[in-house]
Design a protein around this ligand. Sequence first.
Ligand SMILES: [Zn+2]
Length: 211
Amino acid sequence: MAADRRLVRLHEALRRCPAQPANRVVTMVARVTPALGVGIRDLPALDRGAGISGGTVLPTWIDGAGALEIVTWNTGEASDLRRYGNRSHAEAQFFEFMRGREFSSVDIEISHSPCTACADMLVGLLRSMKAKGTTVSRAPSRRVGHRVYVGARIETPPDLPATLRWGALFETPPQATTPQSLRALQAVGWHMAAPRTAIPNDAGTPAITLL
Ligand SMILES: [Zn+2]
């Protein structure tokens, strides 16, 4: 199934990607800044038994600041979820690549909304990066008479733009996308966009920009 045509960056990245294995259902591209000093390369599949690569790194020079595009895909079938968790998912290949790497922005286009396991992972990725970049200061102390009131601790998280756009709703049990997992993504700072048909109807679904 081809990704939604509204996912322009994904289509563009897939065109530039020479080694995409055939018949991938889920495809994604993540654009991160800064460029992280990594050259073009294939990523090994997280599930070593997959028999195909997990993705490709494509350097870009779109805005001069330098960014890196990481294209990944599913390396197994959605029906493998019960046995293998999300190790074969496109998001998991990206997450593995980002392990230990720092970033100042992240923009993802993916054919399908993240399953609950991948949503947890994306929440953790952004949360830990924001925690690393958080600066701590203290409000000035105040003297009132003979007393000194020590200023309160002020934590300032970094401005870290994070967007996630998808084209279709991932509805395969047992880890179909839930309103709760979308709320968790939103709470940590992911800005989400999707077509109307790819947004859960359930009450409790957070505000998602229409593509
Ligand atoms: Zn997943």
